[in-house]
Structures are given as structure tokens and as C-alpha cells.
Design a protein around this ligand. Structure first.
Ligand SMILES: [Zn+2]
Length: 208
């Protein structure tokens, strides 16, 4: 495993909430920040295990999110089940190229790339890799940045629903794929916040 981080070896702890650096207690009790009262850890507890658990759950649910219908549209002409991909295909063939690309980017590509990036981060830390640490830290920042926009997927689905509802003769309901899709978005978010980017640099402290 990784060596103890340098702050732990010199007996200091940084608060993750208010950033105050304080002396670690000599007893084995859980330390609390003297200023804001938050629990103090040298690293996020069980960071890698949590990251993997959320990530694997998200990867599994990514399959039904794409295979199961995300919405059932019923109109005078019968009912229709649409998956994300068939919805994109419909948008594309009906000439809404920009919307089709936005949906594909936000709903298919971004979640997939995010999961691949998290697997690379967690996997490389687990193997104790010392290569590309700067690049990997940048990758983490990118995921964090993308996380702020991850609700974009939900907006896209909402816009789609609104578009279909405008044609008053049709009614639309969320299918089982939508629940799986929402779960993928939330689980990848949890996975990203569970990952402690400082783990990337713990290996270097030992080397230097
Ligand atoms: Zn604090």
C-alpha cells in the first residue's frame, strides 16, 4: 500500500472543510477540527474502496440505462418505446442535428468518459504508479469540473419531454431506463467525490 502521507508523519492534520491545519491528537480517537468541528482525516477514509464500489455500480447500470427504454411515448398512432440511442437516431433523422449531438454528448459520451477516467485514476493509484502524476491530477480536476455540469443530462431529458409534450396528442412517461440513467449520473458523482486526489502524490513522497 501507499506510505503514510508526510503530514501524518510530522503529526499535522488539515481540515477538509475550513482548511485549518492543526496538530493530530496523540490518542487513537477520531480527531475533530478545533475551529469548525469537522472530523479530521489524513486522507478520505476508504477512498479507493468507495471510489471503486460506486464506479462498478455505475458501470453495471450504464448497460440498462442504454438498453432499456428511457421514455414511453403514446399517441394516436400507438405507443413507442425509446432508448437513449433510438431517441438520438430519431432526432438526427428528423433533422435536429444539433440537439441530437447535444444529447449524445451529454447522455452517452460524457458519462462513459467519466467512468473510464475514474477507473484510470483509481487503478493507477492502486498499482502505486508514479508516472504521469501531473496529468492524472489534471484529469481529476477535469472530472471535478465536469461534475458541475453533469446535471446537464437531466436537463436534456427534461427538454426532450417538454418537446414531446408540446404536441398535445401525445403523452410521455419515463421508462425504466431513465431510473438507471439517473442512478449512473449520481453514482459517478459519488465515485468522483470519494476519490482523494492526494493519493496520486503519496507515492512520490516516498520516492523523494
Ligand atoms: Zn475545520
Amino acid at each position: 500500500m501507499n506510505p503514510a502521507p508526510i503530514t501524518a508523519r510530522i503529526g499535522l492534520l488539515a481540515c477538509e472543510v475550513c482548511r485549518l491545519v492543526s496538530r493530530a491528537p496523540s490518542t487513537g480517537d477520531v480527531a475533530h477540527c478545533p475551529r469548525c468541528g469537522a472530523a479530521l482525516h489524513t486522507r478520505k477514509p476508504a477512498s479507493l474502496v468507495r471510489t471503486w464500489a460506486f464506479l462498478i455500480a455505475a458501470m453495471i447500470l450504464y448497460v440498462p440505462a442504454n438498453v432499456l427504454p428511457i421514455m414511453d411515448t403514446s399517441s394516436l398512432f400507438g405507443t413507442q418505446n425509446d432508448t437513449i440511442l433510438s431517441g438520438i437516431a430519431f432526432l438526427w433523422t428528423s433533422g435536429s442535428y444539433v440537439l441530437a449531438m447535444v444529447v449524445f454528448f451529454a447522455s452517452v459520451l460524457v458519462p462513459l468518459l467519466k467512468m473510464i477516467a475514474l477507473a484510470i485514476l483509481a487503478g493507477s493509484v492502486q498499482m502505486g504508479s508514479v508516472r504521469y502524476r501531473r496529468t492524472r491530477t489534471r484529469l481529476y480536476r477535469l472530472i471535478e469540473f465536469a461534475g458541475r455540469w453533469s446535471m446537464l443530462d437531466i436537463y436534456v431529458v427534461t427538454i426532450l419531454v417538454a418537446l414531446v409534450q408540446v404536441s398535445t396528442l401525445a403523452s410521455i412517461h419515463a421508462g425504466p431506463g431513465a431510473a438507471a440513467f439517473g442512478a449512473v449520473v449520481v453514482l459517478t458523482m459519488f465515485s468522483a467525490t470519494s476519490f482523494d486526489p492526494r493519493l496520486i502524490w503519496d507515492t512520490q513522497e516516498e520516492a523523494s
